[in-house]
Design a protein around this ligand. Structure first.
Ligand code: MN
Length: 135
């Protein structure tokens, strides 16, 4: 077993090429092969969000704090709240982040296909981010 004690890995700032605003990432697991699960705690400050992106094997998000936003391409913007879980199927283009006025923290769980676990695309524009959520 590998007991990774709190404080072992420094919190990372999300790469500005892939995120808008301040995003803080704490890795939970990057399991060695043949396992391929990856998980991280991701904290978005108000207004912060991912770029549009896809995951080759899908992704599960579980919100643990705050109020956020989620959208699949062509779908409505929806509100995420603590306790919510979202599953994004493989290849579905989407983004996730905080609400404009509140931070949001989620656990992100996905699998590594041997080459990648995420394909990054263009930023979510301020106009697209400003769309009022429908639920
Ligand atoms: Mn995602």
């Amino acid at each position: 077993m590998d007991h990774i004690k709190a404080g072992t890995h420094a919190t990372r700032r999300g790469n500005p090429d892939w995120f808008t605003g301040a995003v803080w990432q704490d890795p939970i697991v990057e399991a060695p092969a043949p396992a391929r699960v990856r998980a991280a705690r991701v904290a978005f400050e108000p207004g912060a969000r991912t770029n549009w992106h896809t995951h080759p094997l899908g992704q599960t998000l579980h919100v643990i704090q705050g109020t956020g936003r989620f959208q699949t391409l062509g779908g409505p913007v929806v509100t995420l709240r603590a306790g919510d879980t979202v599953f994004i199927p493989p290849g579905e283009k989407h983004w996730h982040g905080a609400s404009p006025t509140h931070g949001m923290v989620h656990i992100a769980i996905h699998e590594f296909d041997g080459e990648t676990h995420v394909t990054w695309m263009e930023p979510v524009t301020d106009a697209d981010y400003a769309v009022a959520p429908t639920g």
